[in-house]
Design a protein around this ligand. Structure first.
Ligand code: ZN
Length: 219
């Protein structure tokens, strides 16, 4: 990894590649790039032909505001209509007000409640940013882990401790092309959203600045 780090350092030393790989939900959010399972609230108490879920009523009263954890399903399409990403069975969760999802969508979430559905067009500069010029570089393949593949994201420590994300654009026989542009940079996007839960963040989530899954803690 040292070679990649040095090459990206544009003359300065001290940068290194610090993390590897994100899932499909990397498409949403610069900070929170791993899909997390939403906390499932509610306890099934019914029998026979009916059921009710304790807790469901109280959460519908909550509205999205800073430091709430919001779980939602989404479909993202290009402005021409082509779908580029969507949640699977599990919704995406993020801590509102901490930059965990693209800015244009986070603003629109404010004040929404469980069960709300909406569509929003987000211009590139409020989504994944405008396209950066001269954004690609080529590195020896052995600078990367063996499983390197197109679309993977790497994070690089820049000077001052800032993390710079890069995406794998092309994998050749012995070289790899990385791009500082997110795959959706420069694109105007349409989001179709359904909010499935809004809850208060735990003290730990607030301390970390992101949402946690109840079943998994990965850091
Ligand atoms: Zn955490």
């Amino acid at each position: 990894m040292a070679e990649l780090a040095d090459a990206l350092a544009s003359g300065a030393s001290g940068r290194k590649v610090v993390s590897v790989r994100v899932g499909p939900s990397a498409l949403l959010g610069s900070g929170e790039q791993k899909e997390r399972e939403a906390e499932t609230k509610g306890e099934r108490v019914g029998r026979g032909g009916w059921a009710c879920y304790r807790g469901a009523m109280s959460s519908t009263a909550d509205r999205v505001r800073p430091n709430q954890v919001v779980s939602f399903h989404y479909v993202v399409s290009l402005s021409g209509g082509k779908e580029v990403d969507r949640t699977g069975e599990r919704p995406m969760s993020y801590l509102h007000g901490h930059g965990g999802i693209v800015p244009g969508l986070e603003i629109e979430m404010e004040g929404k409640a469980t069960g709300d559905k909406f569509e929003i067009a987000v211009p590139a500069h409020d989504a994944y940013g405008e396209l950066l010029k001269n954004s690609t570089k080529t590195y020896p393949k052995d600078s990367f882990p063996k499983e390197v593949a197109v679309g993977m994201q790497f994070a690089v420590d820049a000077q001052g401790g800032q993390r710079v994300p890069v995406w794998i654009r092309e994998v050749k026989k012995d070289r790899v092309v990385v791009d500082r542009n997110h795959p959706l940079a420069g694109k105007n996007l349409n989001f179709s959203v359904e909010i499935v839960e809004v809850r208060a963040a735990t003290p730990e989530e607030l301390a970390h600045g992101h949402a946690h899954s109840p079943h998994e803690h990965h850091h």
